[in-house]
Design a protein around this ligand. Structure first.
Ligand code: HDE
Length: 713
């Protein structure tokens, strides 16, 4: 097929190759290409008369508008995406014939991140699992790695998917709460259907409130099967490891952001890419022997509620993904992209995990409705970059003009074309893996019955601070349940995970902790516990130093008396790969730099750290009622600057001050109830608050703290 053959789908547009359907810069036309003289007035019978039915432009404009919405995804409705490139290290080429994993191979990709439960207009920062789906436009056809940021799933069998989702979505009577798991039906289900407990404890951890899509891990969840050139197979678990480390919001920030900036993650991703802070992840594989029983160290590899601790099977890096281009049009690309876990290249195949098997059916089924028919693979974002020569024909939205008369096999009327690949090793291979036989039955193996041991492993592997957050999350979520029976049943489940966790949550809820003896004996199934390691350091996200690329630092400045070194400090931050946001009482410019935010528009929530470069005089729009909350600021300094500092302090964000900024910082420190900064001890290094001799030193110090994400002390 030649490249100008109409059957050859063109790859998604790039900025250099605009989509031919997109008309830009020219005259306004109808959909038929007729140039229009006016689009502001309907055609009327006389100046004050009725509108005429014959106004084709009015009818077309309104009719098309009436049909602009398509159904949102039944899950993962809210998301954001970007294009990029995957570069293979070649380290997996001994395990799989997949061409995109050959040494040095570069493959274009599109990645979409999402929340699961909320609808398309819901907030980004809700407590939820995140989707992390990547479409690799490989030379051998499209590969979709449809992953989540949590390595295990709520259920073991696809037949339970409607149940967990119905329980997690808003209550059907009032359709509340939106995008929340803190309600009765969710906890009703997970406390009755206890295989959900492992996923639920991850969801109660900081993993479920990421700081950024750029700072999340991704997990393929299921075990997949690789096959090499000799036909030797291995089982793998797939991992995305972010180069920026795994970091989270605090719960307080997540909730405040739901109101202040519901688009926080979407904006963060697009802004970082625009600013050249390109997000990147390493793809890694845990490689496990393809033994007939498909168990590894007591862990059933077909059970998607179990992970394999990295201490038992290290993650081997096989390539790097870098996202470098924002979509041009949200609807055309991010909304219409369609992933499918069965889109696999030669060399990667599925396993008999019953959750994965159900997914293979579900994705295409839902997309036929959502994208209006069976031809959605022809939409620009979904078009394979490999040549397509299928025998699929007609249907709603057909874009191709197929020639010939023989879209069937075998044929002689089309010269036998398109031909099947036969034994060509580059064609897709259904790996002839043995099927575990037996009678047909609706039952799972006994190894699926352990629902608690890995939830306990997760809890034990967290640092004290992370555990505090988990306790607070359970206490909040169960505290929002109205039915005492639901609360009590979930507290009983916590007893099977860990007695200390249970006691702390029970105490917060004012419930008695179940007696330790009952908890220790465990529920039915615990005899099969896959308790292989006591502790897995990889499950904790704290510790370590990470690049600060794309972190956001607010610089508070007094427009009237900016410090002389302000431009140098802003330049230094950019050199450190940090994005400065200049904040002043009013807009305009300071020292030749544009003010990015005024006190009316700045919120601490978009900042990772704060630099105080002055004690800004009150803006004309200063809020008098805030004065009472702010102590020793002379009634001259704008109280909103102090509130920025107080929020940063409360959320563990480093604060640096120099020059006149010291006055503001000391004023904050003097009002301990407001700031939480202890007035007795002078702010200084170690507490995450730095009084620096100059701006450069303040910027460097804040950068050092940011490498650890937050100052938890
Ligand atoms: Fe999905 N899932 N899922 N899922 N999933 C969808 O497909 C489904 C599961 C995941 O950005 C839907 O096109 C079933 C696990 C992501 O477009 C739907 C089961 C994992 C996305 C669907 C699962 C995922 C989806 C909704 C249980 C992590 C968003 C719209 C058997 C490994 C993709 C759509 C995007 C989307 C079904 C479980 C990840 C309904 C039946 C496990 C990231 O087909």
């Amino acid at each position: 097929m030649s490249s100008d053959d109409p059957r050859t789908p063109t790859p998604p547009p790039t900025p250099e190759q605009p989509d031919p359907i997109r008309r830009s810069g020219g005259a306004l036309t109808t959909s038929q290409g007729l140039r229009l003289r006016d689009t502001d007035h309907s055609l009327r019978a006389g100046l004050r008369g009725p509108v005429l039915l014959q106004d084709h432009h009015l009818r077309e404009k309104i009719t098309h508008f009436d049909h602009e919405r398509i159904p949102e995804r039944v899950v993962h409705a809210r998301g954001a995406g970007a294009y990029g490139t995957f570069v293979s290290y070649g380290t997996a080429s001994s395990l799989t014939v997949a061409d995109f994993l050959a040494p040095g191979r570069r493959t274009p990709v599109f990645t979409r991140f999402s929340t699961v439960v909320g609808s398309r207009g819901s907030a980004d920062t809700v407590r939820d699992t995140r989707g992390f789906a990547t479409k690799f436009y490989t030379r051998e056809g499209t590969y979709d790695l449809v992953a989540n940021n949590i390595p295990v799933f709520f259920i073991q069998d696809a037949i339970k998917f409607p149940d967990i989702i119905h329980a997690a979505k808003p209550h059907p009577d009032r359709e509340i709460p939106q995008a929340q798991s803190a309600h009765d039906t969710f906890w009703d289900f997970v406390s009755l259907h206890t295989e959900a407990q492992h996923h639920a404890i991850w969801q109660m951890s900081d993993r479920a409130i990421p700081r950024s899509y750029r700072m999340m891990e991704g997990f393929g969840v299921h075990t997949f099967r690789l096959v090499d050139a000799e036909g030797t197979t291995s089982l793998v678990k797939l991992h995305w490891k972010p180069d920026l480390g795994v970091h989270s919001l605090t719960w307080d920030e997540a909730q405040m952001l739901g109101g202040a900036d519901p688009d926080f993650h979407r904006r963060d991703l697009a802004d970082a890419i625009d600013a050249g802070h390109l997000p990147s992840w390493e793809l890694g594989m845990q490689v496990l022997p393809d033994a007939p029983e498909q168990m590894f160290d007591g862990i059933d590899l077909l059970d998607p509620t179990k992970l394999v601790p990295e201490e038992l099977a290290p993650v081997h890096p096989v390539g790097r993904l870098t996202l470098d281009r924002n979509p041009t049009n949200f609807f055309a690309e991010t909304e219409q992209v369609a992933f499918h876990p069965g889109n696999l290249p030669p060399g990667i195949d599925v396993t008999d995990d019953p959750l994965l098997q159900g997914r293979l059916f579900s994705y295409i089924d839902t997309q036929i409705t959502r994208l209006g028919g069976p031809n959605f693979a022809q939409l620009p974002v979904n078009r394979p970059h490999a040549p397509v020569d299928d025998m699929l024909r007609d249907g709603f939205g057909q874009q191709a003009v197929h020639d010939g008369i023989a879209p069937y096999q075998p044929n002689s009327q089309g010269g036998g074309c398109p031909v099947v690949a036969g034994g060509d090793p580059r064609a897709f291979l259904d790996v002839p893996a043995e099927v575990a036989g037996g009678a047909k039955e609706r039952r799972h193996p006994v190894s699926f019955e352990d629902h608690f041991s890995q939830a306990g492993l997760f809890w034990r592997s967290l640092s004290d601070l992370e555990r505090d957050h988990v306790v607070a999350a359970y206490s909040f979520e169960l505290g929002r349940c109205t039915d005492p029976a639901v609360r009590e049943r979930q507290v009983q489940c916590l007893a099977f995970i860990d007695s200390q966790l249970c006691a702390r949550v029970a105490s917060a809820l004012g419930l008695p902790a179940p007696d330790a003896g009952a908890a220790a004996s465990g529920p039915e199934g615990s005899a099969h516990a896959a308790r292989t390691v006591e502790h897995s350091a990889a499950l904790s996200q704290l510790g370590g130093h990470w690049p600060v690329d794309g972190r956001v630092v607010g610089v508070v400045v007094d427009r009237e008396v900016p410090p002389a070194d302000l431009p140098a400090v802003l330049d230094r931050l950019v050199e450190l790969r940090i994005r400065p946001i200049l904040i002043a009482a009013a807009g305009g410019s300071v020292a030749g730099r544009a003010v990015d935010r005024t006190f009316a528009t700045a919120r601490s929530l978009e900042l990772d750290a704060l630099l105080l470069a002055g004690a800004p005089a009150r803006g004309a729009d200063a809020i008098p009622s805030l004065d009472a909350r702010v102590g020793d600021l002379d009634g001259v300094v704008d109280p909103r600057a102090a509130i920025l500092a107080e929020e940063c302090w409360r959320h563990g964000k480093p604060i640096g001050a120099w020059g006149d900024g010291e006055h503001l910082l000391r004023g904050c420190a003097a009002t301990a109830p407001l700031t939480g900064i202890d007035a007795g001890s002078a702010p200084g290094p170690g507490a995450g608050v730095v009084l620096a001799p100059d701006g450069a030193a303040a910027a460097e110090a804040v950068g050092r703290f940011l490498a650890e994400h937050r100052v938890w002390d």
